[in-house]
Design a protein around this ligand. Structure first.
Ligand code: PLP
Length: 398
C-alpha cells in the first residue's frame, strides 16, 4: 500500500467542474488583478474568522510582512516570537530590520510559551542579558498557531495589553481554529493566513490574507499592498506590490464553503489515529516519558472541545526517539511523512549574528529532533490510517 503525506487530487476531482467554471469566468472578465472575486473572498474570510476586515495579498509571507509594516515595525525593534515555525515568521521580522527574539515553546503544544514572554518583559529572562535585549525595545508579540492548534491566546493577549505592545497572530496553519470558542484571527491587532496549496484552504498558487478589527489598520494594509498609493500615483508611504490574483480568489471562493466539513474530516482522521495508537498501548503521556518503544500524540493543553478549543489538524504530528529511522522505515513501507521543522529558527545560519545557542530554546531544539508529521487530509481512508499505525507499531516493537 502507498500512503502519501498529502494527496490533493481527490479534492480536485470532487470540485473540478466548479473550479474550471470559476477560472473560466475570470478569463472571460479579463479582470486578472483585484477583480470582484478578490473582494468576495475578503468578505467570506472576514465572516469566517469573525473579524471586521480582511485584506487579500499575494502570500502568507507577504501578509506577515504587510502586517508588521502596517504596525510601523522599524529597524532595531524587538518582536517576541517562536523559533519553532516555518521560516516566514522570523523572516518577516528580519526583513524590516527588526530583531526576532526567539523564546522557547511549550513542550506539549509546540507553541510560544507565555511564561517566557512574561519573564522577558520583566527583564529576568537569560536573553535580557544580551546587548539590546531590553524589554523597552519590544514592539510586539508574534505567536504561531502551529499545526492548526492555537497558542495560549488568553495569556498572550493579556501580556500584550499589559505591556502596551501589539499582538499579530501567524495563523497561516490555523484558519478556522478556535481558542475558548473564539476564532483565531481576532485576538490581537492583526492576523495572517496563508492559502499555499498544501494549507487546509489551499489556492492553486500563492495567496494570503490579513484580518483585523481596526479600521485604520485595515486601510493601511490595503494601501501598503498597492505600493501605498491613494489615489493611484499618490504615494502616502512606501508599500509593496502584493495583490491577490483574481484567479486564485476564484479558486478559493469555490473551496471555502467546504472548509468546515474538511476540518471535521481531518478531526476524524486524527481521532482514528489517536484511538488506534492508544489501543496498542504504545502512547507515552509526555515528551519526558518517551522510550524507544513509545510515541507522544498531539496534545490539547488548552484546546479541548469542552472549553471551546478547536484544533484543525493542519498536521498530525507525533513525537518519537528514533525519528529519522522511523521516517526511513515508513518510507520503505510506502508511507510519506515530513519533518516540520528540522532546524528551529534560532539555529539558522542567517540568524547566527543574533548569537543564539541551541540551549536558549531547548524545547524547540528537542522537538526539531523528535517530531514527525503523518499523512493527514480529509479524504484519507481508515484502511490507510490503520496501515500507517500498524507500520509504526511494528517499528516501535522491533
Ligand atoms: C505557510 C506558512 C507561512 C507562509 O505562507 P506562504 O503563503 O507560503 O507565504 C507563514 N507562517 C507559517 C507558520 C506557515 O506555515
Amino acid at each position: 500500500m502507498n500512503v502519501s503525506l498529502l494527496d490533493l487530487n481527490k479534492q480536485y476531482e470532487n470540485l473540478k467542474p466548479q473550479i474550471k467554471q470559476a477560472i473560466d469566468q475570470v478569463l472571460d472578465s479579463q479582470a486578472f488583478i483585484m477583480g470582484n472575486e478578490v473582494h468576495e473572498l475578503e468578505s467570506a474570510v472576514a465572516s469566517l474568522t469573525e473579524t471586521k476586515h480582511a485584506i487579500a495579498c499575494a502570500s502568507g509571507s507577504d501578509a506577515l510582512l504587510l502586517a508588521l509594516m502596517g504596525l510601523e515595525v522599524e529597524a532595531g525593534d524587538l518582536i517576541l516570537t517562536t523559533p519553532y515555525t516555518f521560516f516566514a515568521t522570523g523572516g518577516a521580522i528580519a526583513r524590516l530590520g527588526a530583531i526576532p527574539v526567539f523564546l522557547d515553546i511549550e513542550n506539549d503544544s509546540y507553541n510560544l510559551d507565555p511564561k517566557h514572554v512574561l519573564s522577558f518583559m520583566e527583564g529576568r529572562h537569560p536573553l535580557n542579558k544580551k546587548e539590546g535585549m531590553s524589554p523597552s525595545a519590544v514592539k510586539g508579540i508574534m505567536p504561531v498557531h502551529l499545526y492548526g492548534q492555537t497558542a495560549d491566546m488568553r495569556a498572550l493577549s493579556n501580556l500584550a495589553k499589559r505591556y502596551g505592545i501589539f499582538l499579530v497572530e501567524d495563523a497561516a496553519q490555523a484558519i478556522g481554529a478556535k481558542y475558548q470558542g473564539q476564532q483565531v484571527g481576532s485576538f490581537g491587532q492583526a492576523a495572517c493566513f496563508s492559502f499555499f496549496p498544501s494549507k487546509n484552504l489551499g489556492a492553486y498558487g500563492d495567496a494570503g490574507m490579513i484580518v483585523t478589527n481596526d479600521d485604520a489598520l485595515a486601510e493601511r494594509f490595503a494601501l501598503l499592498r498597492l505600493h501605498g498609493a491613494k489615489p493611484k500615483y499618490h504615494h502616502k508611504f512606501v508599500g509593496i506590490n502584493s495583490r491577490l490574483d483574481t484567479i486564485q480568489a476564484a479558486v478559493l471562493n469555490v473551496k471555502l464553503p467546504h472548509l468546515l466539513s474538511w476540518s471535521s474530516q481531518r478531526k476524524d482522521v486524527a481521532d482514528t489515529y489517536r484511538n488506534l495508537f492508544e489501543s496498542l498501548g504504545i502512547v507515552a503521556p509526555k515528551a519526558t516519558d518517551l522510550t524507544d518503544n513509545t510515541l507522544v500524540l498531539p496534545a490539547a493543553p488548552y484546546g479541548t472541545e469542552e472549553n471551546g478549543g478547536k484544533h484543525i489538524y493542519h498536521q498530525f504530528v507525533i513525537r518519537v526517539n528514533k525519528r529519522d529511522e522511523l521516517q526511513q522505515f515508513l518510507k520503505d513501507k510506502g508511507i510519506g511523512t515530513a519533518i516540520y521543522y528540522p532546524i528551529p529558527l534560532h539555529e539558522q545560519e542567517c540568524f547566527a549574528h543574533l548569537g543564539y545557542s541551541p540551549s536558549d530554546c531547548p524545547n524547540a531544539s528537542s522537538a526539531a529532533k523528535q517530531t514527525l508529521a503523518l499523512p493527514i487530509y480529509p479524504e484519507l481512508e481508515r484502511i490507510q490510517i490503520e496501515y500507517v499505525v500498524n507500520c509504526i507499531n511494528q517499528f516501535l516493537n522491533t
